[in-house]
Design a protein around this ligand. Structure first.
Ligand code: 4AD
Ligand code: MG
Length: 462
């Protein structure tokens, strides 16, 4: 047995005589010459393997000629050099075994092209399409690449909790965790305190593993988390999910400069791995999804990232003459439209630093000017922010002051504050949204199409 990817990319000089492939039929076409062409795909690559099924097969009329898109089959035969354009090999079948029939009347993925929006209604079948298949292979490549990169850089992979009592970002966008049966509650069957039922205190799904990550960076020096993250942001945009995957490195003895350099090396490594290992898929995105994507990615890898302070960015935004939906002035948070403008201005990724303290969370390190914090966001064309990070506040007095200003109860975060009491060190880290990275790499416009089962307001069907 070999994969279709292997079968398609074998050297014509070294073709094996007997192989078995397994997959799903994309199309079948009967030729007048007494055989059928079956396009077979098993998800291991973009292209199909052409199977030539001769009329001599014992099940030719009964089964082969009844194959439709979606049927699963196992084919054995001989791999030969193909005379046809666009493929180097084809499989001359000596047996085509039908494993699962597919009702052509009801199967949604007929030959016609469907919009991505329509495909989301068939989240269980859309991985069989070229685009979603390619996206998920690239997503896999990026995920593996993330682990390789941090392993090589000496970061330990740390598993931080999904259920937590702290709110890292302080934005109040959390999903509550409870065992309380709402139906029983509605029926008047009240537990003593529904908000503290299981853990004895209110808990929710994590919005970031950073705070817990900092504790381990303060011991193992360098760690990274990589896991699902949840935000109950009620925003229906093309770049927000209620459940997304985030990678969060955290390093002791790191300042903002180290952090920015790490983020740049990291992104370049991901892009390089995608170009090297997913060449065919990347070419597909370049020709079918976003023209020029390949050249864009290559130039991102070659050139150093641009840097700009928030203050400089605001200056550019307020003097450029563009009319934005959301007006900007020093102290306001930047919106997608502003990020878009800035990335097109520099023509590539840009790292924005030194944001106003008032619009950033309590844990970011306050700068000497007392107005800004050592924050960094990496913005990329088309997507906007893909990384958010900072140097952390390592001074006990400043941290507790910031917590008080943010209205946080210090006693709830005693363990976090403790890190500043016992061998505190300058440290920094960031979070990369995996889906935003996949979006940028592939050029896919909607974030719902780069995660297998998107969770957005009103959507949890699958
Ligand atoms: O900028 P954010 O909120 O930063 C943090 O959570 C920090 N605690 C990270 C850290 O320093 N360790 O989120 C980081 C990234 C964003 O830049 C974005 O790529 C992604 O996570 N992200 C989302 N992706 C999809 N859907 C959402 N609702 C997202 N919110 C953030
Ligand atoms: Mg952010």
């Amino acid at each position: 047995w070999i994969t279709i990817n292997t079968a398609r990319h074998m050297e014509p000089s070294s073709l094996p005589t007997a192989v078995e492939v397994r997959g799903w039929v994309r199309t079948r076409r009967d030729s007048k010459g007494g055989f059928s062409f079956i396009e077979l795909n098993d998800g291991t690559c973009l292209g199909n393997l052409q199977v030539v099924a001769p009329a001599e097969l014992s099940n030719y009329a009964d089964e082969v000629q009844k194959l439709t898109a979606g049927c699963s089959v196992i084919v054995t035969g001989e791999l030969k050099e193909s005379p046809a354009q666009g493929q180097s090999t084809e499989l001359h079948a000596d047996a085509v075994r039908v494993i699962g029939w597919c009702d052509g009347e009801t199967y949604p993925l007929q030959k016609k092209r469907h919009s991505f929006e329509k495909l989301r209604e068939w989240a269980h079948l859309r991985p069989r399409t070229n685009t979603i298949g390619a996206v998920m292979r690239v997503r896999n490549r990026i995920s593996q690449s993330i682990h390789r990169f941090f392993d090589e850089e000496g970061f330990y992979y740390l598993h931080t909790p999904i259920i937590t009592a702290s709110d890292c970002e302080g934005a109040g966008e959390m999903f509550r965790v409870t065992t309380v049966d709402l139906d029983k509650l509605a029926a008047g069957n009240r537990p003593l305190d529904p908000t503290r039922d299981f853990f004895g205190k209110p808990t929710h799904l994590t919005v970031s593993g950073q705070l817990e990550g900092e504790t381990y960076a303060s011991a193992l020096s360098r760690i990274y988390t990589f896991g699902p993250t949840f935000r109950a942001e009620n925003s229906n945009t093309s770049r927000h999910l209620a459940e997304f995957w985030m990678v969060e490195p955290e390093a002791a003895f790191f300042d903002l400069r180290d952090n920015m350099a790490l983020a740049e090396r990291f992104l370049k490594r991901i892009f390089t791995d995608c170009l090297n290992d997913c060449g065919e898929d990347m070419e597909f995105f370049d020709s079918m999804i976003e023209k020029g994507k390949l050249d864009q990615i290559k130039s991102v890898i070659e050139k150093p990232f641009e840097h700009m302070t928030y203050t400089e960015a605001v200056e550019k935004l307020t003097t450029c003459g563009e009319s934005f939906e959301y007006p900007v002035q020093w102290g306001t948070d930047l919106q997608a439209e502003h990020e878009k403008y800035l990335t097109s201005l520099v023509g590539g990724p840009v790292i924005l630093t030194d944001y106003p303290a008032t619009i950033k969370p309590f844990y970011m390190r306050v700068s000497d000017d007392e107005k800004t914090v050592a924050a960094m966001d990496v913005l990329v064309p088309g997507v906007g922010e893909i990384i958010g990070g900072s140097q952390r506040e390592e001074r006990l007095d400043v941290l507790t002051r910031r917590m008080a200003e943010a209205g946080l109860d210090e006693s709830e975060y005693w363990w976090y504050v403790d890190l500043r009491r016992y061998g505190s060190v300058p440290h920094a880290g960031f979070g990369l949204g995996l889906e935003r990275a996949v979006q940028y790499t592939t050029g896919m416009t909607n974030i719902r199409d780069v995660i297998p089962f998107p969770r957005t307001p009103g959507n949890a069907e699958f």
